[in-house]
Design a protein around this ligand. Structure first.
Ligand SMILES: [Zn+2]
Ligand SMILES: [Zn+2]
Length: 230
């Protein structure tokens, strides 16, 4: 009997005939219904049309953060996200990324695949730095989309140091610096193409917008974003 990857209770997955005989590959759930219900599907609520965040009372669309972005950076960029970055998602990210439990990459495989299987866009994951790769041992974004064909055209520039969250002003200054570069031999892949940038979490939007700007400079036709959480 398989167990839920999050709470370790037994999984009672009843596979219907429809699923058995369907043409597309059926991906079994890896978490139980109780755990699944702790995540908030952003498709079920009103969201900002630019960054994809859940709109709370008194929030307009575009939200105040997106209006700021619009004034600061003229960039054609729209993001959508699958789930709200609520306590359950924060806890999931902690276990997956910071405690490095690579098995947890499969928790959202089905949802991400459903979202991406029909896209005509070039799927470009946000890369991680070499130091993250050394400490974590994997790129969490690649883990989430490991069953899909992706184009790894981006890399993190050498020696981007990881600063502590408490150094807030420093973080803000660093957000102005382009952290990514295009891999020269792959840069032509994006010319004239519609690109979908994939990341795990959209926080301030700075990271994914840096990547989007770089892709536009490389002559991508359009760039959109998709993140697991917002
Ligand atoms: Zn569970
Ligand atoms: Zn927004």
């Amino acid at each position: 009997m398989k167990r839920c990857l999050l709470c370790h209770n037994q999984l009672n997955d009843i596979v219907s005939f429809e699923k058995i005989f369907s043409f597309s590959k059926y991906i079994r759930p890896t978490i139980c219904r109780k755990c699944a219900a702790t995540f908030l599907d952003l498709k079920t609520v009103a969201t900002c049309r630019i960054c994809g965040r859940r709109l709370l009372t008194n929030m307009g669309s575009p939200c105040h953060d997106c209006l700021k972005w619009h004034n600061r950076a003229q960039l054609e960029f729209v993001n959508s996200s699958l789930y709200e970055y609520n306590d359950a998602m924060k806890n999931y990210m902690k276990r997956y990324k910071f405690l490095g439990d690579y098995r947890l990459r499969s928790v959202f495989t089905r949802q991400i695949q459903d979202e991406l299987k029909a896209t005509h866009r070039l799927i470009v994951p946000i890369p991680v730095s070499q130091s993250t790769m050394q400490t974590r041992g994997f790129n969490q974004v690649l883990g989430l989309i490991s069953n899909l064909k992706v184009d790894n055209v981006l890399a993190v520039k050498q020696e981007q140091k990881d600063y502590r969250q408490s150094e807030k002003n420093r973080i803000e200054r660093l957000q102005l610096i382009q952290p990514f570069k295009l891999i020269p031999s792959l840069a032509k892949t994006v010319v004239g193409r519609d690109v979908l940038l994939v990341d795990d979490v959209y926080t301030t939007g700075a990271t994914i917008r840096h990547a989007a700007r770089l892709l536009y400079q490389a002559k991508a036709a359009s760039v959109k974003g998709l993140t697991l959480a917002r």
